[in-house]
Design a binder for this molecule. Structure first.
Ligand code: SPV
Ligand code: MG
Length: 432
């Protein structure tokens, strides 16, 4: 009988390095590929460009592969116990780094049935530059971008969103990452904030900036970025206009619309005085949600209902009542907003709402309760965290101080010390 060979792969961009491993593997016997699920990949880096099913189809058609099964964790042990392969094949690049422990566990479990680990030399210098360039085109295409937020919600413990008020901030969100505990951490997407988009244009956050101007800002951002974007639609405007707004948003590649249940003259929710802002009738607001659900082209385009009960001084009961109605109307997620200094009121909401059969993922905007850690949001059932205004709040005082420094010194030398050199700003935007 032919021997069984196990190969664990992510295979997002299938290249000659993979083919080399699979070819060697097939010379030992029948190859079973343990294909890492989106969730398994998200446990240590960003989710792959292509989802599990798409990657599976490609691998199944490779002649060296007999079958493909899901590997649900970075760890091989569960699958190995199931398959009991004679061989595991892996490139020799996992002896150090994040997969070092995984490798040790593979060797240990294989020993129990006298299986062997074979480690061919890792293929270096594959030209990934060209491949990545092509992939960027795929992932930044509107259809792919729209769907990406839902995929992130399914795969990640928490989806981390940061405010973007222009293309440069979009690029920061696209590119910045930090490595923490062997894990690459980055922002998953952008928030088009009514507050910061308006402020950037010198306007108050009272809907005086039209949706068409907002969409034009978004298009600038979309032109140069790849990550999903969530659109802050205030209260969505007139129900009759919503289908047109949704159409424009989808065409731009936006992944979700967030709509708040307030009526009357629009005021930013973080203002102490909410006089003049009233909550909409829940059933009336539910109709707006339904309208979006029926007018969207892609089922992956998400409608997120924003409950403003706590903002206007209403209680937990009112917030829960509304969340139930909005969820039944088709909301894909609920943003429970708060302007308290601690997350206690949103956590008590989450505790109750989690018991409901209409529970949908929760969204948090920790502007006033900024001390909350993401791990505590996760524990309490939150799936999306939106850092709603921090980049503008960082940029504005920096620019103001520079202007003051030049005025005070009647020259620019002193300001130079606190700002980046000209050559850095020139090379900031790569022209390749
Ligand atoms: C925004 O960023 O525009 C928001 C969040 O809607 S808040 O400012 O808290 O209302
Ligand atoms: Mg807003």
């Amino acid at each position: 009988m032919k021997k069984v060979v196990y190969v664990g792969l992510s295979a997002d961009i299938l290249h000659k390095g993979h083919i080399n491993i699979l070819k060697i593997a097939s010379s030992y016997g029948n190859v079973c590929v343990g294909l890492l699920t989106d969730q398994a990949i998200a446990s240590y880096k960003n989710i792959p460009y292509l989802d599990y099913e798409k990657r599976k189809v490609v691998l199944e058609s490779v002649k060296y592969v007999k079958r493909v099964i899901p590997q649900n964790t970075l760890d091989y042990v569960d699958n190995l116990k199931l398959i009991r392969p004679d061989y595991v094949i892996h490139g020799d690049d996992w002896k150090t780094g994040i997969q070092k422990e995984t490798r040790k566990r593979v060797i240990k479990i294989l020993k129990t049935w006298s299986g062997k680990l074979i480690e061919p030399k890792y293929t270096k210098n594959i030209s990934s530059t060209q491949i990545k360039k092509e992939m960027t085109n795929i992932i930044s295409s509107p259809e792919n971008r729209v769907s990406r937020l839902k995929r992130l919600i399914r795969s990640n413990d928490i989806v981390r969103i940061l405010e973007s008020h222009n293309s440069l901030t979009g690029l920061i969100i696209d590119k910045i990452n930090v490595v923490k505990n062997n894990k690459t951490i980055e922002f998953d997407g952008m928030w088009s904030s009514s507050l910061t988009d308006s402020a950037t244009k010198g306007l108050p956050d009272n809907s005086s900036l039209s949706f068409s101007a907002r969409i034009s800002s978004i298009n600038d951002i979309m032109d140069v970025t790849t990550k999903p974007l969530i659109f802050d639609a205030d209260n969505g405007g007139h129900i009759e206009h919503l289908p047109y707004l949704v159409r424009s948003l989808e065409r731009s590649g936006v992944s979700a619309i967030i709509m708040e249940d307030k009526v009357g003259f629009k005021k930013n929710s973080l203002f102490k005085n909410q006089k003049g802002s009233k909550l909409d009738k829940p059933q009336k607001f539910a109709k707006k949600i339904k309208k979006i659900c029926t007018s969207r082209q892609s089922q992956d385009f998400m409608v997120i209902a924003r409950v403003e009960s706590f903002i206007v001084g209403q209680n937990l009961k009112d917030a829960l009542h509304r969340a139930e109605i909005y969820s039944k109307a088709g909301a894909d997620a609920i943003l429970i907003h708060s302007k308290e200094k601690t997350p206690s009121e949103i956590f008590s909401f989450a505790k109750q709402f989690r018991k409901s059969k209409n529970f949908v993922p929760l969204v948090s905007v920790p502007s006033t309760y900024s001390k909350v850690y993401e791990k505590d949001l996760i524990k309490n059932g939150f799936k999306i965290v939106i850092y709603a205004n921090q980049l503008l709040r960082a940029a504005y005082p920096a620019m103001q101080n520079t202007a003051i420094t030049i005025l005070k010194n009647s020259r620019a030398l002193e300001a130079d010390k606190k700002i980046i050199p000209i050559k850095e700003i020139i090379s900031l935007i790569k022209n390749d």
